[in-house]
Design a protein around this ligand. Structure first.
Ligand SMILES: O=C(O)C1=C[C@@H](OP(=O)(O)O)[C@@H](O)[C@H](O)C1
Ligand SMILES: C=C(OP(=O)(O)O)C(=O)O
Length: 668
């Protein structure tokens, strides 16, 4: 997950390859609650791991359920037959699929519970569900504003002899919540639910009914108006249940496939884990994407997408049945041949944010002309490539605003897009951006920042912090020869009389990684191992081999991957990345550098003398600067940063300021 203030996505050209997406949020949270409500043990496979499922799992633990999670498998020991924890304070984040169904289940079971969430959850309506529960004889009290969480739940006096009315025009989750809770009360008599007025987001009710059936409860229904839970209904664990990949999450990749430039014999993007046999309503997004021109082939649990019509075709659609995935259509509309209208989406206004207002504001920043209606949005795309704007997109703590925003990176103007607060995707898809970057091809070389400078100038500390702040990869080029030597020793290759071809092959494939101050060879942290005297000797042996130098040049260039790279060393800006967008040459006075090195050594328990260190540094500077082959010198277009009197934070801020000056957008 990108835990940065913002994430700049360079312009993208295409996506290809194949991807397995994380589990469906709607299925995961329903299955977890149903498994908790029935007796016995349920093994849930391919469970989604995200904020929404974590709050549900935590709530179930607090209620006394046995919960074991290992990787993507959860084992739930249901409460059926066991005492429910009679009192609990449950924090449910911003998960509608946890707040609404848990409210109903706990209200029917009774106890002393407080349910709350993040501030936005306290602005998301729940009044229609509370009215229905009160009509049923449940005790539910508002602890803040009437009609909204937080809530207190007490002991019920259930009255099941008349139909329970529920309104479904604000959220279908209220009906879902009742359908999941009432089998707990239907042992003696039929329980009837009647929907008052219109019901929105109907396919989510289908998911609920399908999963109830998997847990042994078959609901009888009369269209969308009346649902009967037959007397004697009881939950039975299916033993094991598998969660499909999330169809709403798939919408971003279906869109990316439809926006991808074709060519290079590409056969499109394959999405695995969800397909035409899905029980999720958002799989119908595929029909909408096809209407806009996407080419989508499908099997029971896979999809393959390629670009079809180009530009995409504008559409005018009722999107009530796909409220979440419809947001993706709003961004696809930027690439259409005319204005697109998405209708019947009033529920967008009461989700993670007011999504109609948010979408209108952000798409306008990109150059679109957008009209907002009470329950619709009309998007006219930028009139040509020159009308696109590079924008810093605000994401309103809404995962879908962030994921949708990334699709603007396919713009024909080759502009980057900035996503503010990218970690908000954690609600349903924590690794969304990593997944996108693994499939995407940039439209131009990815951005590189080079930080070169003499020994002990602090370039490693500076470069790795700049990388962390931008969410970029980090390359510590100086360690590569040491790593090659170490890998060679471990592979049993002789270094005294070396086989250049084999060593070069090894260097080309070196599995290096730099993360959080650690230097990795494969999965192993070798930070200490490469700093020994012997490793230094080996480094100097391998670095004398031209084949190895060439291999490492390629390896270094291959580190320039999405979304960008910060590379530190001595020849990053001059030799390895001559076209880098920002080159910094970092220096500090020799007295200062000697002092830093001295502190470093002493803190590691290595004895050292300040005077000696300074003399060594100065001698090494002179050698490095005066050698004939690639002497240490600033690239012609490098900016000089003397950090003798700067803190690390000052230097980081300076480099980030220079970087920002080179960006086409300003923060919003
Ligand atoms: O039941 C569900 O799993 C959901 C129902 C939909 O909400 P509404 O019924 O409020 O539209 C959808 O937007 C939400 O992401 C998940
Ligand atoms: C509306 C959404 O979430 P929730 O389940 O919290 O309603 C969503 O995921 O888009």
């Amino acid at each position: 997950m990108f835990d940065t203030a913002f994430l700049d996505i360079p312009a993208l050209r295409a996506v290809s390859g194949s991807v397995r997406l994380p589990g469906s949020k709607s299925i995961s949270n329903r299955v977890l609650l149903l498994a908790a409500l029935c007796g016995g043990q349920t093994t849930v496979l391919d469970l989604l791991d995200s904020d929404d499922t974590r709050v549900m799992l935590q709530a179930l633990r607090q209620l006394g359920c046995g919960v074991t999670v290992e990787g993507s498998t959860a084992i739930i020991d249901g409460l059926g037959g066991r005492a429910l924890q009679p009192q609990a304070e449950l924090f449910l984040g911003n998960a509608g699929t946890a707040m609404r169904p848990l409210t109903a289940a706990l209200a029917v079971l009774g106890g002393d519970y407080r349910l709350s969430g993040i501030p936005r959850m306290h602005e998301r309506p729940i009044g229609d569900l509370v009215d229905a529960l009160r009509a049923l004889g449940c005790s539910v009290r508002y602890l803040g504003q009437d009609g909204y969480p937080p809530l207190h739940i007490g002991q019920p006096h259930l009255q099941l002899d008349r139909p329970i009315p529920v309104r479904g025009n604000v959220s279908s989750q209220f009906l879902t919540a009742l359908l999941m809770a009432l089998p707990l009360a239907a042992s003696e008599q039929d329980v009837v639910i009647e929907v008052v007025g219109e019901l929105i987001s109907k396919p989510y009710i289908e998911i609920t009914l399908q999963l109830l059936a998997r847990f042994g409860v078959s609901v009888q229904r009369d269209g969308w108006a009346r649902f009967v839970i037959p007397a004697g209904s009881r939950y039975h664990s299916p033993g094991q249940i598998h969660v499909e990949a999330d169809a709403s999450s798939a919408s971003y990749f279906i869109a990316a496939g439809a926006l991808s430039a074709s060519g290079n014999g590409q056969s499109g993007l394959k999405i695995e884990g969800v397909g035409e046999a899905s029980i999720q309503g958002d799989i119908r997004f595929v029909d909408a994407a096809r209407l806009m021109g996407a080419q989508v082939e499908s099997g029971p649990n896979w999809l393959r997408v390629t670009r079809g019509a180009w530009p995409l075709k504008a559409v005018d659609l009722d999107c009530n049945h796909i409220p979440d995935a419809a947001m993706t259509l709003a961004v696809m509309a930027l690439y259409a041949d005319g204005p697109t209208t998405l209708r019947n989406i009033a529920s967008w206004r009461v989700k993670e944010t007011d999504r109609i207002a948010a979408m209108a504001t952000e798409l306008r920043k990109l150059g679109a002309t957008v009209q907002e209606g009470a329950d619709e949005i009309r998007i006219a795309p930028p009139k040509d490539a020159r009308a696109w704007r590079a924008a810093s997109l605000h994401t309103y703590d809404d995962h879908r605003m962030a994921m949708c925003g990334s699709l603007a990176a396919f713009n024909p103007a080759g502009l980057p897009v900035r996503i503010e607060d990218p970690k908000c995707v954690a609600k349903t898809f924590p690794d969304y951006f990593e997944t996108l970057f693994a499939l995407a091809e940039p439209a131009a070389p990815v951005p590189v920042i080079c930080i070169d400078g003499p020994t002990a100038s602090g370039k490693g500390t500076l470069a790795s912090e700049v990388a962390r702040r931008l969410g970029y990869h980090y390359l510590d080029s100086g360690s590569l020869y040491r790593l090659t030597g170490l890998a060679a020793r471990r592979a049993g290759l002789a270094l005294e009389n070396p086989d250049e071809a084999r060593l070069s092959a090894l260097a080309r494939q070196l599995p290096v990684g730099f993360a959080g101050g650690h230097i990795l060879l494969g999965q192993e942290d070798v930070g200490e191992a490469i700093r020994t005297e012997a490793a230094g000797m080996d480094a100097s042996r391998v670095s004398a081999l031209p084949g190895v130098r060439q291999a490492l040049l390629e390896l270094q260039r291959s580190c320039a991957r999405l979304p960008g790279l910060v590379a530190d060393g001595r020849d990053m800006g001059t030799v390895i990345f001559p076209h880098a967008l920002l080159k910094v040459y970092l220096t500090a006075g020799s007295a200062q550098r000697a002092e830093r090195r001295h502190k470093q050594l002493i803190s590691k328990g290595i004895p050292a003398k300040l005077d000696g260190l300074r003399a060594d540094l100065e001698a090494r500077d002179a050698r490095d600067q005066n050698r004939v082959a690639s002497p240490l010198e600033p690239a012609q277009d490098a900016l000089l940063l003397d950090n003798t009197h700067l803190t690390i934070e000052d230097s980081v801020d300076q480099v980030l300021r220079w970087w920002q000056e080179r960006q086409p957008f300003r923060p919003s």
